[in-house]
Design a protein around this ligand. Structure first.
Ligand SMILES: *Cc1c(COP(=O)(O)O)cnc(C)c1O
Length: 385
């Protein structure tokens, strides 16, 4: 076959979906007993891939264990990547996803980075909607609850050689989750981590790959032993701030001339391009430009994607120019920070009455409104009518 073009193999085809109903469905537990990521719905979606025949038959079937050969490459070389998004139910019972196109784009970028197969993101969104419709009664009715959607792609080649896998499996599972904060927004303390790195230049920090997460567990345990909730990942000799645990980070300064500056580190290859990060930046920029003013946010707002060092944070704190700091991600949406342990001392960060600061509060209100559908926006994608 030399000289011939490789024929394109089939992409994901929603029209081929096969559904096998769970004949022994579970009763969803009371919402106050939900622990993040421990409970799963009755069904899952699976789509196999191989190098010869491309993406195979999508199946929705009862949630349950996989069979896998011990030689499967995912078990040896972390050929695995994932996504995290949420399905919300509004007051009328309508279910929506929030900016799922961003997750599909990122999932394909992750796949490309570790030579796993890419796919048509719209086709996967269509199939995820079918799965959610079948299990939508698992979304708790209580306010603030949602269904966490976890798409995952693994290499399943049965050969322990390092190389592009010739077999893969994409699957999606669903987990009902409660509001991240049961009682208000509890600010967290961070440990400025200098002895471990999360990401490095040219590394994989900008991709949602499984390989990035197991090495973060030990540093998290060390931080917890010192009384801090999360690691503040610092980079380089200058101790640039990068991310907070598994969230993007934002910091707010009062500038020399009295303006308010909202800062997050740039996407330089070490920062995970979060959907929440992008949403926070977009809302803040639309406010700053006057396109869409946020309620209860007055004064001049400057929005910057730029590097911040711990020295700048210390100087601003000492001068009373540190306004607030927060993490941003799908699980918590916005997570305020009240303290950073750094080189043997604690830097204190102001927090508002309910934990949220003067910039994060109006952004959070708009963002959560758009997620829950109380504020109509193109970011909210209908799953059911
Ligand atoms: C998932 C993730 C985020 C947040 O991304 P969202 O799309 O906003 O949920 C930030 N940092 C890391 C390291 C992550 O894994």
């Amino acid at each position: 076959m030399t000289g011939e073009l490789m024929p394109a193999t089939p992409d994901i085809q929603p029209s081929r979906l096969q559904i096998t109903r769970n004949t022994n469905p579970a009763t969803p537990p009371p919402s106050n007993e939900l622990v993040f990521g421990r409970t799963f719905t009755d069904h899952m979606l699976t789509i196999p891939w191989d190098a010869v025949s491309g993406w195979g038959t999508p199946e929705i079937k009862p949630y349950g264990p996989f069979q896998m050969e011990p030689s499967a490459t995912v078990l040896h070389y972390a050929q695995t990547l994932f996504e995290g998004m949420k399905a919300y139910r509004d007051e009328e019972g309508k279910v929506t996803l929030f900016r799922p196109d961003m997750n599909m784009k990122r999932m394909n970028n992750s796949a490309r980075r570790i030579a796993l197969p890419t796919f048509d993101g719209n086709a996967l969104i269509e199939l995820i909607k079918r799965l959610i419709r079948i299990d939508k009664h698992w979304i708790p009715k209580e306010p603030g609850h949602s269904l966490y959607v976890r798409p995952t792609l693994i290499g399943t080649q049965k050969a322990i050689g390092v190389g592009p896998p010739n077999e893969a499996l994409l699957f999606v599972i669903l987990s009902p989750v409660g509001p991240y904060y049961a009682s208000g927004f509890k600010p967290v303390a961070l440990y400025g981590t200098t002895e471990f790195v999360r990401a490095a230049p040219g590394g994989t920090g900008a991709y949602k790959l499984g390989v990035n997460y197991a090495p973060g567990v030990l540093p998290q345990k060390s931080a917890a032993a010192l009384g801090y909730a999360q690691n503040l990942w610092l980079h380089g000799e200058e101790h640039y701030l990068t991310e907070v645990g598994t969230m993007n980070m934002f910091i707010v300064f009062t500038t020399e001339d009295g303006s308010t500056e909202l800062v997050t580190p740039p996407l330089d290859g070490m920062i995970l391009p979060g959907v929440t990060r992008d949403s926070v930046l977009t809302l803040a920029r639309e406010h700053a430009s006057g396109k869409n003013k946020l309620a209860n946010l007055s004064g001049q707002l400057i929005v910057s994607e730029r590097s911040v060092t711990m020295k700048e944070v210390k100087t601003a704190a000492a001068a009373g120019r540190l306004v607030e700091m927060f993490g941003a991600g799908t699980a918590a949406v916005i997570s305020p920070v009240d303290r950073i342990g750094y080189m043997g001392e604690d830097i204190h960060i102001p927090t508002g009455e309910d934990g949220m600061g003067p910039v994060s509060r109006p952004i959070w209100t708009e963002l959560v409104g758009r997620q829950w559908g109380t504020i109509p926006s193109e970011w909210s994608v209908p799953v059911t009518e």
